[in-house]
Every structure is written in C-alpha cells, then in structure tokens.
Design a binder for this molecule. Structure first.
Ligand SMILES: *Cc1c(COP(=O)(O)O)cnc(C)c1O
Length: 219
C-alpha cells in the first residue's frame, strides 16, 4: 500500500473515533486506537509509524517476535497489544514482547502470566455469547477470574470482547460495558473495522482496527 493511502486511512479512522466520542460526550483522549497489523509486513506497517501512530495489535506471538524487534529498534515508543489467544507455555515470550495482553481468559493463563514476573497490562476476555469456537471466559466465571488476576498482582485494565459474527454488535458492547461497571474495571476493548464508532459510543476505551487501516487481509 502506498504511503498516502495508508495515512489517509489512518486519518479517516481517527476522525471516526473523534466523531463518535463527540456524539457520546466523551473525551477523545479516553480512546486508544490499536492498529491491528496481523499478517501485514514491515513495509505495510511503516507508513503508519511514519504517520505518527505507535499502538499496534498482533494476534500471534511468533509473528510478532519475527516482525517487531527491528521496527521497535527504529521506533522505541511503539506499544504492542496481543489480541489473539495465548497458550500458557508462551506467556513468558508474550510478556517480553507485549505491553498489554487482551486475551486473558482462564486461571492457568493468569498463573502463567503472574509467574513471568513481568507485569504486562491485562484485559480479561469475556465470551459473552458463550460461543464454543471462541476464546474468552464465560460471563459467569468472570468474578472469580478477576479476583484471581487481582490477587496475582496483574494490572487489570479492563474487559475485552469479540461479539458474534453477522449480528448487530451494539447489545454485546453494552453488555460488556455493564459488566465493567458491575466489576469496577474501567477499560473496554471492543470494536473492530466495521463497528468501532458504535463501540466508542458505548464506552470503548480501546478499539482494535485492522482492515480499515491496512485494507482487506489476504485470505
Ligand atoms: C483481526 C482482529 C481485529 C481487527 O479486525 P478488522 O476487522 O480487520 O478490523 C480485532 N480484534 C481481534 C481479536 C482480531 O483478531
């Protein structure tokens, strides 16, 4: 992708977030745009870095380990978020690479992250619709998982969800926000390319946007 179009897409998404924040009477600064760069190579990522963007999301530990160290050497203030499922045996590697992990969803992973001794910031992923194929803890398990993470000393920023495909996401965003209020966590990681403005209007503090910034991913 050429630099102009990447930077134009960045400007468009930033404007969309600002518009939704304004409509919801929220401060723009409350919302972090995570540019989801999974499957994108360094050449595709670089225009966003040169456009001043610094917060990126990846869904695989190994891909991030291959791709990001040279880019981080050039742009040391980059912040990386892991948004994909994490195996407990990769917790150490993940905690070394990522500033924030959005997919904390089970006791064994909380333990593994705590054992790394690094305090990566965490979002607890909630599988709101209890879909079998998706990560995330069932809503009923959230109170215990949250207690466990807090007791283990993990900095819990908030809750994360990926709503079911193909249906209106707003009710799920509202439900995640309600769970956040109920459990006293401020952060809400929700909203992707097709629905980040809706998510911001419903309280998202972190939106995870890939295709709207990089173009459609090759299948
Ligand atoms: C890929 C991915 C995104 C970004 O999706 P787009 O539709 O490309 O914006 C967001 N969140 C998660 C967990 C993802 O895996």
């Amino acid at each position: 992708m050429d630099i102009a179009s990447a930077q134009e897409r960045l400007a468009t998404v930033r404007e969309g977030i600002a518009r939704a924040a304004r409509l919801a009477r929220r401060e723009r600064e409350e919302i972090t745009l995570i540019a989801v760069s999974k499957t994108q190579d360094a050449d595709a990522i670089r225009p966003l870095l040169e456009g001043g963007h610094r917060v990126f999301g990846e869904n695989r530990v190994q891909e991030a380990a291959d791709k990001w160290p040279p880019l981080k050497a050039e742009f040391p203030d980059v912040r990386l978020h892991l948004i994909g499922q994490l195996q407990s045996n990769k917790a150490g590697q993940a905690a070394g690479l990522f500033d924030t992990v959005h997919s904390v969803d089970r006791p064994s992973l909380v333990e593994a992250l705590a054992r790394t001794g690094r305090s990566a910031e965490c979002f607890l992923q909630v599988n709101l619709a209890e879909e079998a194929q998706k990560g995330g803890c069932p809503p009923g398990d959230l109170p215990d998982l949250l207690n466990q993470a807090r007791n283990a000393g993990l900095p819990v920023l908030g809750l994360m969800c990926i709503p079911p495909d193909g249906i209106e996401p707003a009710p799920w965003f509202a439900l995640l926000a309600e769970l956040g209020r109920r459990h006293g966590v401020a952060g809400l990681s929700m909203g992707m390319s097709g629905d980040y403005e809706t998510a911001v209007m419903l309280g998202a503090t972190h939106v995870r946007v890939g295709a709207a910034l990089f173009g459609a991913r090759p299948v």
